[in-house]
Ligand binder design. Structure first.
Ligand code: GLA
Length: 364
């Protein structure tokens, strides 16, 4: 790929924008219900090198998709085309109202895997948002940037996602979990106990969010909340599960997942703060079971991978992470057993499914 200097007028100032992928420790499908989430940044990152132009042209190359044609359009002329360029166009579309008035040339490099449920799209949005903010001096904080990215995704890309991924890619780091209240966007950093390590294994089954089952779950949750007479399922606590049980199926199960999952996030935060990995691991296992039986977003290979991971020596518990229907599992393990346990999990998964899968964290 041509170096950026060849793409832009000589002497133009280059800026960089970076953002990590994320793994959600617990709190799945709670974000669009006003609930709690607990993501951590992963070491894999997306990096954007950008040079401002004086006209309105936007030109972007991606090293992650070297075979795809570069993206080229005029600011204000964004058009959805179904590829990675939609996330870039969505961001320029969303940032125009924050003062983006001129075009740019940019190159994207990323080590965040696509289709593994680790937020490659939000990492791309936030990395672009940061580069654009730096290049044009946009007056946006990290939370406002996350909101702009969610708007881009909801209104431009057409994916009805919550704000978990955008907040995580904008604010999370790799050593602490970001305990986020998605209703108020208040957050606290919860350091991971030093004795605890994370393993992330990609099942090799690619997931999809836009439309499909994700949108169905979102509608079901909204309907359950309306029938229960509350603005969002966040407003139902575990003490009201008897009311949830009176909803018609599958709304009863969907709402039960959200109500119990919110409580599991709070309990996991308490457990991590106490350094109690055993309890946190049990909460992971309970969360997975709830996603399997009540929310019905797991697939057999992911159930198997989770089970294998929870049984390996030195692990505390495992669960599906992200939107579901494929993607990755996150495993809580003894720090000293992370390398050996991840190899063992992958070997057993390969043996039993014939699917290659791969360990994404720790990075190999
Ligand atoms: C996807 C969405 C998030 C969130 C998760 C499930 O990652 O982008 O907003 O809903 O699924 O927790």
């Amino acid at each position: 790929m041509a170096p950026l200097t060849e793409l832009s007028p000589a002497g133009t100032r280059h800026v960089f924008g970076e953002a990590p992928g994320r793994v959600n420790l617990i709190g799945e499908h709670t974000d669009y219900n006003g609930g709690y989430v607990l993501p951590v940044a992963i070491p894999q990152r997306t990096r954007v090198t950008l040079a401002p132009r004086t006209d309105c042209t936007v030109y972007v190359e991606s090293a992650q998709y070297p075979d795809a044609s570069p993206l080229e359009y005029r600011l204000g002329n964004e058009r959805r085309s179904g590829g990675w360029g939609d996330y870039v166009q969505g961001m320029t579309w969303a940032l125009t109202s924050h003062g983006l008035l001129r075009g740019f040339e940019a190159r994207v490099e990323s080590t965040v895997p696509v289709g593994s449920g680790l937020s490659s799209s939000a990492a791309l949005e936030i990395a672009f948002g940061r580069a654009i903010r730096a290049a044009f001096g946009l007056p946006l904080g990290d939370v406002a940037l996350a909101r702009a990215a969610q708007l881009a995704e909801n209104e431009f890309v057409g994916a009805p996602v919550g704000i978990l991924d955008q907040m995580a890619c904008s604010l999370a780091d790799t050593s602490s979990a970001l305990f986020l209240d998605t209703r108020t966007l208040e957050y606290a950093r919860v350091p991971l106990p030093p004795s605890v390590g994370l393993i992330v294994v990609d099942s090799g089954i690619s997931h999809r969010h836009a439309g499909g089952e994700y949108a169905v779950r979102r509608r079901e949750c909204a309907e359950a909340a309306a029938r229960l007479g509350v603005p969002e399922l966040r407003d139902i606590g575990p003490e009201q599960l008897h009311r949830v049980a009176e909803l018609p199926p599958p709304l009863d199960r969907r709402a039960r997942h959200v109500v119990t999952e919110n409580q599991r996030v709070l309990d996991t935060v308490d457990a991590l703060r106490r350094g109690d990995a055993v309890t946190a691991g049990r909460l992971f296992v309970a969360s997975h079971q709830s996603m399997c039986e009540d929310f019905e977003i797991t697939v057999p290979a992911i159930d198997l991978l989770t089970e294998l991971a929870s049984r390996v020596q030195g692990t505390y518990g495992a669960r599906l992470t992200g939107g579901g229907f494929g993607g990755s599992v996150v495993v809580l393990a003894e720090q000293g057993r992370v390398a050996a346990a991840s190899t063992e999990i992958l070997d057993q998964y390969r043996l039993q499914t014939g699917n290659p899968g791969r360990v994404l964290v720790p990075e190999r």
